[in-house]
Design a protein around this ligand. Structure first.
Ligand code: CTP
Length: 130
């Protein structure tokens, strides 16, 4: 049983998110997704996500590619989550290229290309300006 793990905010869920999740799932037999908490987002970006963490987890958890969803409370705890969930592969979008290479001592680390021309930040900006 090969376990894949990935992390993200997944706010205002869009096609780039599902493309990433679908491709991540293909690296193993089951996919676990860490969804960053509202507080973690606030500490990074000084604003809360549009959808709160319960809503974002409910959306991600309902996807057919996802076997388990859990709250990611700190960016620094990735190694702990990988060990706790016995993950074999960490998949991240290539906006994080190179940032998690140190975790290769725990599991395989894969960076996947982002889907071009879509991001939550841009969607929020477009909606806010209309
Ligand atoms: N992702 C992707 N392609 C996109 C947007 C996101 O592959 N066009 C991936 C990211 O690389 C990450 C996961 O989806 O692995 C969750 O990304 P997240 O940061 O939640 O979404 P973004 O749309 O990038 O949000 P933001 O614009 O706020 O950074």
């Amino acid at each position: 049983m090969k376990t894949v793990i990935t992390f993200g905010t997944f706010d205002v869920f869009h096609v780039g998110h599902i493309n990433l999740i679908q491709r991540a799932a293909a690296y193993g037999d089951r996919l676990f997704v860490g969804v960053s908490t509202d507080e973690l987002n606030f500490s990074k970006k000084s604003r809360y996500p549009i959808y709160n963490e319960r809503e974002r987890m409910k959306i991600v958890n309902s996807l057919r590619y996802v076997n388990l969803c859990f709250p990611e409370e700190s960016l620094e705890k990735k190694a702990d989550y990988i060990k706790y969930y016995n993950a074999d592969v960490l998949v991240m979008g290539n906006d994080w290229e190179g940032k998690f290479d140190h975790l290769q001592e725990l599991c395989e680390v894969v960076y996947l290309p982002r889907t071009p021309s879509v991001s939550t930040t841009e969607i929020i900006e477009v909606i806010s300006s209309t």
